[in-house]
Design a protein around this ligand. Sequence first.
Ligand SMILES: NC(=O)c1ccc[n+]([C@@H]2O[C@H](COP(=O)([O-])OP(=O)(O)OC[C@H]3O[C@@H](n4cnc5c(N)ncnc54)[C@H](OP(=O)(O)O)[C@@H]3O)[C@@H](O)[C@H]2O)c1
Length: 171
Amino acid sequence: MKAIVCVDQNWGIGKNNGLLFHIPSDLEYFKQITLGKTIVMGGNTLLSLPKSKPLPGRTNIVLSDIFTRNDCTVCPDITSLFRTLRNIPSQEIFIVGGAMFYKTMIDFCDYALITKVKKVCEDATVFFPNLDKMTNWELVEEGDLLEENGLYFQYTKYKNNDTKVFHIGDN
Ligand SMILES: NC(=O)c1ccc[n+]([C@@H]2O[C@H](COP(=O)([O-])OP(=O)(O)OC[C@H]3O[C@@H](n4cnc5c(N)ncnc54)[C@H](OP(=O)(O)O)[C@@H]3O)[C@@H](O)[C@H]2O)c1
């Protein structure tokens, strides 16, 4: 299972339930990596998507106990989410946000695909865990410095050397 996220230099990821940056090639990168796979998100992130709709071409799973929907799978609690995820091959699963949900799931991810934007957004209100401060996470890949719309960014990959497994109780 992997997390995928776009962060600023302070690991900021959003404000006003929206993204910090508009980088079309990063959105395309996200699409190419997640198409045909399972994406898993918190309730606010589903609501932040265009028209608050699940992303097409992917199995969308949402953790929320406040709404039910017929256009995606909604898990009302973490146990039901883990039960659902354990039936899906781990390499098919992408954790796609947001801040609260990344924090919930990061220890269970074996890799994190981080697009790092070389900018500080002072008005960021939500953040990804700073993997550089977590001893079990190691930076294993760092792409070239790219530029679009005046923003400089880099695709990177981190590896978790102490990935946790789900404990559900009944196993
Ligand atoms: N930069 C990026 O790559 C990126 C990617 C995705 C999102 N974002 C940004 O992240 C922000 C949204 O993040 P957020 O933290 O506000 O919301 P979120 O993590 O998307 O959703 C939070 C909701 O998910 C459910 N949830 C998450 N963890 C839970 C847990 N441990 N137990 C039970 N329920 C849990 C709860 O839903 P209920 O309250 O409905 O029960 C909670 O209110 C937006 O600004 C969005 O644009 C950025």
